[in-house]
Ligand binder design. Sequence first.
Ligand code: 13P
Ligand code: SF4
Length: 311
Amino acid sequence: IDPTLDLFAEIERLKKEKNAVLLAHYYQEADIQDVADYIGDSLGLAQYAAKTNADIIVFAGVHFMAETAKILNPTKKVLLPDLNAGCSLADSAPADLFKCFKEQHPGHLVVSYVNCSAEIKALSDIICTSSNAERIIESIPEDQPIIFAPDKNLGGYLNKKTGRNMVLWNGACMVHEIFSLEKIIKLKTRHPNAKVLAHPECEEAILRVADYVGSTTQILQYAVQDKTTQEFIVATETGIIHQMQKDAPEKTFIPAPPNNSCACNDCPHMKLNTLEKLYLCMEYETPELVMDEALRKAALKPIERMMEISR
Ligand code: 13P
Ligand code: SF4
């Protein structure tokens, strides 16, 4: 790419010329968030994708998010700046193993967290995201046995919140498992008025000390609307702090410390997308997310059930 090119202006030009909409997750780098038409959590992004009139959906997020947009929009072109932007949580549930697991639990309804492949969605009865999971579980009769996949931390949190005893798949997110309880507690002693905000993909011990647990959008809204708190310790991917600082510049947001000083709270998958790759994918309309139609239809059903309940 010509280094003198104004990528922000070029991306804006391509959006107009191609009737393309740019959707970004909060974990994207700040420049990408700033040029996006919509930034949201997984549910917000899926809902936005479902109603857009654009011809092209450019998805600055990870593969399962772009795939969900494609499942909802088969006639639209869906572009992802880097097709290798996967998700450790989605990878923790290979479809063949999950199929065997399901067979070992006959009579169970399968609720899958949206962070999974289309193959897992096709094996599921209903999908949920971090913002509607509790509501989805509560919509299921209490005596109905449930398998929850792939996130054991979110599943455990939901079991506690709803009093259910769902069978959990043993998956987790590499980013949300690195926070150190000890270091968070030490940080709290230095910042006694700070509130801890956590994503439900964090381990149980972290969720126990959190003042608020929610999806990325919910955490952001909580931080902005809380009139009594000036400081927040944020136990999720660091990208969200960009919007927090934009929406509440007078407040302080401290990333929750990881347990290993060499580790960081950045999602290596999300951060594969760059402004340069974004520009190139819009200019050349590649890489494109393509899907087998039978798989798409099978994965659509449980997503539609979720959308119905989340209206
Ligand atoms: P949200 O749906 O809360 O934005 O979470 C997505 C995700 O990948 C969290 O790691
Ligand atoms: Fe997947 Fe974790 Fe990255 Fe979210 S933060 S996209 S769950 S690896």
